[in-house]
Design a binder for this molecule. Structure first.
Ligand SMILES: N[C@@H](CCC(=O)N[C@@H](CS)C(=O)NCC(=O)O)C(=O)O
Length: 218
């Protein structure tokens, strides 16, 4: 049983954005009710979430959308361990990693996710998005410090962001003919091998794995 918060989060086990928040919630050992929502166009949800996107955190009267904002909100509330470095330079680096991930990785990854089923796959789209993804992953390779954590030698919001991304990166590559997704990304590969052992990361990775297998099984 974690620290009581009275909060709930609209969740989807397979969403990388919700998974990012769950890494933070588990690392902070918070008791946040997770409400799984298969359909974000659901009427009740739409009333509090005009963007129709998961995750959304509800803390009494306060409703917070957007995974990065949710993670920052939990940290701003001072709940559990701090997930931001104190040093401004490290904090900037943490945010750069999150920005690269959100702005340049999630787009191509989402497009590729939509192409998992070989039936009706668009090879040109796949080639274009794989190129974009490779470019953004090389930027992460540059900014991630490693070996165990993304920045500053302890778990931060950058790790919360990277854990689901690296899970999907590793899974998606082979689906599109890239048997060794981490080729040319040695720092990310070493980092992922280490961070996946962190208890909060391990728990979310197991959840993602189960949700992905369930989706693939149809
Ligand atoms: N920038 C948002 C992205 C959230 C997002 O795209 N969530 C997806 C699930 S992975 C969703 O709810 N999609 C439904 C929709 O766009 O209608 C965040 O960081 O939370």
């Amino acid at each position: 049983m974690g620290l009581p918060t009275g909060m709930k989060m609209y969740n989807s086990q397979l969403s990388p954005f919700a998974a990012r928040c769950r890494v933070a919630i588990y690392a902070k050992d918070l008791d946040v009710e997770l409400v799984d929502l298969a359909d974000p166009s659901d009427e009740t949800f739409a009333r509090i979430a005009p963007m129709h996107k998961i995750p959304v955190l509800v803390d009494g009267e306060t409703v917070v959308p957007e995974s990065e904002t949710i993670c920052e909100y939990l940290d701003d509330k001072g709940l559990g361990v701090s997930l931001r470095p104190d040093d401004p330079a490290l904090r900037a680096r943490m945010r750069v990693i999150s920005r690269i991930a959100d702005l340049y990785v999630m787009g191509p990854m989402g497009e590729l996710f939509g192409q998992i089923n070989p039936a009706g796959r668009d090879p040109q789209l796949v080639a274009r998005e794989m190129t974009e993804l490779a470019k953004a992953m090389a930027w992460l390779e540059y900014y991630v410090e490693g070996p165990e954590f993304a920045v500053g030698g302890r778990l931060t919001l950058a790790d919360c962001e990277l854990v689901p991304i690296l899970f999907f990166f590793k899974e998606i590559g082979p689906m599109f003919g890239q048997a060794q997704p981490f080729a040319g990304l040695p720092r990310l590969e070493t980092y992922y091998a280490a961070i996946r052992k962190h208890p909060a990361a391990a728990r979310v990775l197991a959840e993602l794995d189960e949700a992905l297998r369930r989706m693939m099984a149809g």
